[in-house]
Design a protein around this ligand. Structure first.
Ligand code: BDP
Length: 578
């Protein structure tokens, strides 16, 4: 009834005919979750929409009316679960006062079919339980988690379960006790099982002593554990093997874990895609991953199919999105970022849906049905992600953003605590060429894919150009499908990305008559910023890579205004005069 009501509203709002309404629709995935990276102090990790929506200090006494509005928005696009706290979790969220706050939110969300989940800190039995260990095989630890689960379900009978980031980026986990990820996940699963709860264990791990290639680590850790998890454990895998980059190949665990239910983790908040100041519609990114063919089980074993047909049956299927919601008045930091929340929900319901159709619905419901409006706006949105790839990380480049903030260019980033937190580790530019060799002659990460998929990535033809420098280190003079050299092609792509943003500004300026002045001006201002910053990315990256290639700009393309050093020293976005 709930979803039917919202679907009817959508038909009305998008102006479809209602007289012969006859729609059947059921979600293809059972768990459609938002992961909030919200901290108990009100900050949001990688959040660009203001502080957290959850006012922990005032809960449970004061219930902000926006909690219901949030749950209603989730329900309207089929989202049925929310993990309330950051995966870099604090044990406090499992104490009695915080569980009561969580229960108050659960009460508000329940009528909208949204269950609450919590990120669980693995060492909580020590930090708030007074135990000397968090070893998952220690009977006291097991008993502590069982009691904790009982306590939670007394307050929240439909509690969804735990999300866990363990032994990753300094978080505690079972490996601290020489136990495996399966030992840790199964211990929590046993505690939740009597109540019907589940454990969502994250595959985003990479060891302290980096192996030769960070992209290989999740597979190396988890592939041997396939089939070793309890029946109520899901493994949550990021879309790509590194970390939510503008473009990554699909994660090699998809298709490689036939005995383990896998859940997709997308990032809706745009940590690496210009925060909430760049207009980047993520629908095509999500769609590209979901439609990638793992070829693990013959042609057609797309990532979407892997998610839909998990080994545990329909009950344990799902998709999670790292939320972009905050306390900003527009919820997501910008109006167009609402489309990313929206597209996530629609694709979690139907991973085979078209991101263009979804954008079209969103535009009509958000702005206007006027003829001549939706088409150009949808076109503009559909190309916006490719444009960001072009002006940030074309041709398979990745992880060349500024350190820590992850905002703006930083291809020169080197040194510091770990090589795999730098940019030079990933692009490997030298006088000969650029790119990370992940073929058999290099790290051989490509061997983690099914042979037919690996062969595709190993190819150098036009079909592999999108991930070219992800898998190959190639000479600057390498001949591309376009007939240009790699160096020239790189420059052309950087310019193409900036030109797209300039075209978006023109399109938007021409649509003034269809949008109220406030929203029109807000988007126009933001596009202006994006334009300047796209040029910043372009010029900084070209100037930097030119110090290695030592090649001239292709004919008709101007040199960057400044030498590479200028961009390196100047870490903030460029001003109008730069
Ligand atoms: C990276 C973020 C970091 C997160 C981590 C994760 O930079 O803030 O904690 O992923 O997913 O993207 O655990």
């Amino acid at each position: 009834m709930l979803y039917g009501a919202f679907r009817l509203l959508r038909e009305i709002q998008t102006g479809r005919r209602l007289d012969d309404l006859d729609i059947e629709s059921a979600p293809a995935l059972r768990l459609r979750l938002l992961d909030h990276w919200d901290n108990l102090d009100g900050t949001v990790e990688r959040g660009y929409a203001g502080p957290s929506l959850w006012n922990w200090a005032k809960l449970p006494g004061r219930i902000d009316s926006r909690y219901a509005a949030y749950a209603r928005a989730d329900a309207s696009i089929g989202i049925n679960g929310a993990v309330l706290n950051n995966v870099n979790a604090r044990a406090e969220s499992l104490t009695d006062p915080y569980l009561r706050k969580t229960a108050a939110l659960a009460d508000v969300f329940r009528p909208y079919g949204v269950r609450v989940y919590l990120s669980a800190r693995f060492s909580a039995p020590m930090e708030i339980g007074g135990l000397p260990t968090a070893d998952p095989l220690d009977p006291r630890v097991r008993a502590w988690w069982r009691d904790k689960a009982d306590e939670i379900y007394r307050l929240i009978p439909d509690f969804g379960g735990f999300l866990v980031k363990a032994n990753s980026e300094g978080q505690p986990g079972p490996q601290d006790y020489a136990r495996t990820h399966a030992d840790g996940a199964n211990m929590l699963a046993d505690a939740l099982e009597p109540h019907g709860g589940i454990v969502i264990w994250r595959a985003f791990v990479y060891a302290k002593d980096a192996s030769d290639d960070r992209a290989k680590q999740a597979y190396e850790e988890f592939k041997p554990l396939d089939g070793r998890f309890r029946r109520n454990v899901m493994l949550q895998v990021k879309n790509g093997p590194i970390d939510f980059q503008p473009r990554e190949p699909f994660h090699p665990l998809f298709g490689a874990m036939p005995k383990t239910p896998l859940m997709m983790e997308f990032q809706i908040t745009k940590e690496y895609l210009g925060f909430s100041s760049h207009l980047v519609y993520l629908g095509p990114l999500f769609e590209e991953t979901l439609r990638s063919d793992t070829l693990a089980d013959g042609p057609g074993s797309t990532v979407a199919r892997v998610l839909e047909h998990g080994p545990a049956g329909p009950e344990l299927t799902g998709m999670a999105g790292v939320s972009n919601v905050g306390a900003d008045r527009n919820w997501t930091g910008s109006i167009f970022d609402q489309a990313n929340w929206y597209a996530f929900g629609r694709l979690a319901w139907d991973p085979e849906a078209s991101s263009r159709d979804i954008a079209d619905d969103w535009v009509r419901m958000t702005f206007s049905h006027a003829p001549g409006f939706a088409r150009p706006v949808v076109d503009m949105m559909m190309g916006s992600r490719e444009a960001a790839v072009d002006y940030m990380t074309p041709l398979g480049l990745h992880h060349i953003m500024a350190r820590d903030t992850h905002y703006g260019p930083g291809p020169w980033t080197s040194g510091g605590p770990r090589a795999d937190w730098t940019a030079v580790y990933y692009h490997r530019a030298d006088a000969q060429g650029v790119g990370f060799d992940r073929t058999a002659g290099g790290s051989n990460a490509v061997a983690q894919y099914a042979p037919a998929a690996a062969a595709r990535f190993e190819g150098l033809g036009p079909g592999s150009e999108k991930t070219l420098l992800w898998f190959h280190h190639l000479p600057w003079g390498h001949r591309m499908a376009s007939g240009r050299t790699l160096w020239d092609e790189l420059v052309v792509r950087y310019f193409r990305g900036v030109a797209y943003v300039s075209a978006m500004r023109r399109t938007w300026a021409g649509l003034r008559a269809h949008v109220d002045p406030e929203r029109h001006a807000e988007v126009a201002a933001s596009l202006r910023v994006q334009h300047r910053e796209a040029a910043w990315w372009r010029d900084a990256c070209i100037a930097y890579f030119q110090t290695f290639s030592r090649r001239p700009m292709p004919r008709g393309y101007p040199e960057p205004k400044h030498p590479a050093r200028f961009y390196e020293e100047r870490r903030s976005p460029l001003g109008a005069d730069d």
